[in-house]
Design a protein around this ligand. Structure first.
Ligand code: LLP
Length: 391
């Protein structure tokens, strides 16, 4: 969405900060992702609900036909409410509580992605009590680094996720022996905001190695879930508003060597929803500090924690002004020095009341919002393709 497309007239009556979602872009993104994945008939998409669980967004994604990737009982409920088919829901997480496992069993979800033998035994017990068998994939820690922020890399042996790939045989044998478990496949996820396709190639190589190894050991492979992680272009949201799904799926097509008929699952989160969301804020004060000029806005780390938590970059634009640019540290009102959206940001000259857009905030924005400093949780509004703003 370019600067002139934001309906500032309508924004005037709304309490800022709020999230503004471009549903047209979301739909185009979903179509592109499905078209590129669909070039391989056995590729299946499960949207990672953690990226954004706004019910309107979830319903759009469910009606496009994706499955859901959940990491808590709350997310499983939200996915069911939004209309995702139970059989298309996969459930990961290192610490599933008993009630969450029971919820998944009762709903008949498609897969538990299990992260330890300890968890496997509990799921088996609860499934036996319920008189069912739990469909299970084993999450493997492939010990592969992703070139992304340390807080969002997950596939190294030092991370808490998954079963060490060298111990896979034992865990797989136990899964097959447990009465409440039906072994179905392997699950991986190496990290998030990955833009270097070499990381995904390395994952494919590890999967190929494991597939060969299991074959030689006479153990079943089942299907493969490669997780999520495809990064987006935060620097230039208008130039590349849709993630490069073509290159991404091509990497797996070219590098995965699996027995014919193997289904491959993907769990994209960020690449589906990040570009379509903008955090709309207003300038409260332009403050002259001793060495810097601050644009103090009413949005903060409580609505969008990514810059504070990961030093993440989001493009910031002044929607109200087209005066000459000036340099600002764009900061929020929260009592933390880390409550900074950007340092030395070049913005069209700011005045009190100007609307500020913090772009590409559709993933891990609203879903990670908090009430710190007793801020209200942000509202969300939607621009639909036919009528520009449905406020
Ligand atoms: N599958 C699993 C098992 C995951 O843990 C994740 C993300 C995904 C899929 C989706 O990954 P995506 O396609 O969105 O990269 N809050 C951080 C990101 C944390 C990602 C956690 N896991 C951020 O704001 O950058």
């Amino acid at each position: 969405m370019i600067k002139g497309d934001f309906p500032l007239q309508e924004f005037g009556s709304l309490r800022t900060p709020f999230y503004y979602y471009d549903l047209g872009l979301l739909r185009r993104t979903l179509q592109r992702a499905l078209a590129e994945a669909g070039k391989s008939p056995l590729y299946r998409l499960h949207y990672a609900v953690k990226a954004n669980f706004n019910p309107v967004i979830l319903r759009e994604i469910a009606s496009a036909g994706l499955g859901a990737d959940c990491v808590s009982g709350g997310e499983v409920r939200a996915a069911l409410d939004a209309g995702f088919k139970p059989g298309d829901i996969v459930f990961a997480g290192v610490g599933k509580s008993d009630w969450e496992i029971k919820l998944g069993l009762e709903a008949g979800i498609g897969r538990f992605n299990v992260e330890s033998p300890e968890e496997l035994r509990v799921i088996s017990e609860l499934a036996c009590e319920a008189g069912v068998k739990a469909p299970v994939s084993i999450r493997v820690n492939p010990d592969i680094g992703a070139h992304t922020h340390a807080n969002i890399t997950t596939g190294l042996s030092e991370n808490k996720f998954g079963v060490n790939y060298e111990l896979l045989d034992d865990v797989l044998r136990e899964a097959m022996a447990l009465p409440g478990i039906e072994y179905r496949g392997l699950h991986f996820h190496i990290g998030s905001q990955i833009t270097d396709m070499a990381d995904f190639k390395a994952l494919c190589n590890r999967i190929n190695y494991l597939a060969g190894h299991l074959d030689r050991a006479g153990l079943p492979l089942g299907d493969i879930n490669v997780g999520g992680g495809l990064g987006i272009e935060y620097e230039h949201p208008n130039h590349l508003p849709i993630a490069d799904f073509a290159t991404y799926f091509e990497v797996f097509r070219n590098h995965l060597q699996l027995p014919e008929g193997t289904v491959v699952h993907f769990e994209p989160g960020r690449s589906i929803v990040a570009p379509c969301g903008t955090l709309i804020c207003r300038v409260l004060y332009v403050k002259q500090g001793t060495t810097r000029q601050f644009a103090i806005i009413d949005g903060s780390m409580t609505e969008l924690i990514r810059p504070a938590l990961y030093h993440a970059y989001h493009r910031i634009e002044n929607l109200s002004s087209s005066e000459d640019e000036d340099i600002y540290d764009v900061v929020g009102p929260v009592c933390e020095s880390s409550d900074v959206f950007g340092k030395a940001v070049s913005l069209d000259r700011c005045h009190r009341g100007d609307f500020i857009a913090v772009r590409s905030a559709g993933a891990y924005g609203e879903s990670m919002a908090s009430r710190y400093n007793l801020h209200e949780l942000p509202e969300a509004y939607f621009a639909t393709p036919r009528c520009r703003a449905a406020l």
